[in-house]
Design a protein around this ligand. Structure first.
Ligand code: PNS
Length: 161
């Protein structure tokens, strides 16, 4: 079994759906590293990387085998440099499938030693996405049931400041 699994994403912001995947990955692997990467399809982040790191650390503080990091460049190169044999991705309904399938196959072609493992999100989180949280937050709605309380406070601080 792989010792270390990487859970990469934009996490802009991290949601309760992300937390659910992190918690389940933490029961499957000795070490899980949640890693903020750069999605070149997404410009102008909602939260700065430092706030996302703080948010992820706050919501995983009670998970001793979970660490938080960021990386530049290719995910498979980062995974290899960290000695990780597995990349975790969450899947919601069918909407994610085409994109995830394409990226997983590209990553396998780039490095066949790094396996991608998909975890289905819980049904109650299947509608949730960072973009929904961003939209609700920007338009002044109540996003507190979508994110961890510490993350809600960080978003409120960013929007207020
Ligand atoms: O939460 P997201 O936006 O779906 O996360 C996407 C992310 C950051 C994991 C992905 O864009 C990524 O791995 N970026 C690093 C560059 C890379 O390796 N891209 C995939 C190779 S085609």
């Amino acid at each position: 079994m792989a010792e270390l699994a990487i859970y990469p994403g934009s996490f802009d912001p991290p949601t309760l759906g992300h937390l659910d995947v992190i918690e389940r990955a933490a029961t499957l692997f000795p070490q899980v590293r949640v890693a903020i990467g750069m999605n070149s399809g997404k410009q102008a982040p909602f939260l700065p990387v430092e706030s996302r790191l703080r948010a992820l650390r706050a919501m995983t503080v009670n998970l001793p085998n979970v660490s938080v990091d960021q990386f530049d460049g290719l995910l498979v190169q980062y995974a290899k440099a960290q000695g990780a044999g597995v990349i975790i991705r969450g899947l919601r309904l069918t909407a994610d499938f085409d994109y995830e399938f394409q990226i997983a196959l590209a990553n396998r072609r780039l490095d066949p030693d790094v396996e991608t493992l998909f975890l289905m999100t819980k049904w109650e989180h299947s509608y949730l996405s960072s973009s929904i949280v961003r939209e609700v937050a920007r338009l002044g709605g109540d996003y507190s049931s979508f994110v961890h309380p510490e993350v809600a406070a960080i978003i409120a601080g960013e929007l207020g400041g």
